[in-house]
Design a protein. Sequence first.
Length: 156
Amino acid sequence: MNVLIALLFAIAVHAQPVHTLCQPCHSEQVQDFLKHPHAAKALSCDACHGTSLKHREAAGGAPPDKVAGPQEVPALCGGCHPAQKPQFDKSQHAKVLAAAGRVRAPSCGTCHGVHAQLTPDQTEVRCSRCHTPLPATCKPRCSDCHDVHTAAIRKK
């Protein structure tokens, strides 16, 4: 009888969307993610972090299956966004990211956000961390002149 109850409980737990299992400990990330287009497409935490069964069953002592490091993010995102990955791979940002010791170089999450999708204004702020902002009297966005994935200056 106990085995049957345990089996039914396990089936019910595995039938839940993964983010409902993550919510108790990671509520801010889950709330942000639920507003993200990835959530609208029925993706859940496991799409990027794996099933993380040991993490979910531990009392805080086990890491999730996957936490992509900065150099791993383009490959992770490129798995679902194959058209954008080669574009990014050609960019100066990708070259800086690949250079040893440059872990603060921009990757997909820098412009798009990780759990929460960034607005264009938030992305502009991130660009200004490394790039000199234009004068306040000039109001174009970076993407007005630069390709969004390669960062190359567009030819007019």
